[in-house]
Write a protein of this length. Structure first.
Length: 215
């Protein structure tokens, strides 16, 4: 095992365990969001696995390029766990994530000298993220939620820094995964056509999968 992979495993394991510890406090819940609190244990083992897959997909990239995508792993998994529990993505996480991702992407461009990639990321945030925000506003209470749209403002530039094809693939995979999950729940009668389903986990999975498959 090379040093880079070992560092990724250790860092993602630590961050995944920290995310689980925080999630199990239930601090993300509102006063009216009761019910049994999930253990969220799956976040800890999944984080290093996804981290390694990303590191291998971006094996030729320097650390500054890998960092933005590694940062999305524990954060994205935590958001997926929250959305699955309360069907809501907290502003306290989604909003600060936007500047964090953009700063890390700026560092990636500074390290590689690829200013065009940063411009593309900015346009992805503006066009794709803005488009999702407008769509969520128009479809308020149906389909895409405002929390999902705010998350896309962070995910779109991360994909856009790589290429526009990554943006299209990541969003397409998100909708495909979401559709398959919905179909599975309908077939097993764990949901009906009127059930509100969490879309955040599918978005996160689609974006991370797009990076792994096409880099």
């Amino acid at each position: 095992m090379d040093t880079r992979t070992l560092v990724v495993i250790l860092a993602m394991t630590a961050l995944g365990c920290a995310a689980v510890a925080w999630l199990r406090t239930g601090a993300y819940r509102r006063e009216d969001e009761g019910g049994p609190l999930p253990g969220h244990w799956w976040v800890a083992p999944v984080a290093p696995v996804v981290g390694v897959l990303l590191a291998r997909s971006l094996a030729d990239a320097p650390w500054p390029v890998l960092l933005p995508y590694l940062a999305l792993v524990p954060t994205g998994l935590a958001l997926a766990a929250i959305d699955a529990d309360v069907h809501r993505l907290p502003n306290a996480i989604t909003l600060p994530l936007v500047p964090v991702v953009l700063v890390l992407l700026a560092g990636a461009s500074a390290a590689t000298g690829d200013a065009e990639a940063l411009r593309r990321a900015g346009w992805a945030a503006l066009l794709v993220g803005g488009g999702f925000l407008a769509l969520a506003f128009l479809l308020y209470g149906r389909s895409i939620g405002m929390g999902d749209a705010k998350l896309v403002v962070s995910l779109a530039p991360a994909l856009g820094w790589l290429s526009w094809s990554h943006v299209l693939l990541g969003l397409w995979l998100g909708f495909v995964i979401g559709g398959l999950v919905a179909l599975g729940l309908l077939l097993t009668r764990r949901a009906t056509k009127g059930t509100h389903l969490a879309f955040g986990p599918s978005l996160v999975a689609g974006v991370l999968l797009a990076v792994v498959l096409s880099s």
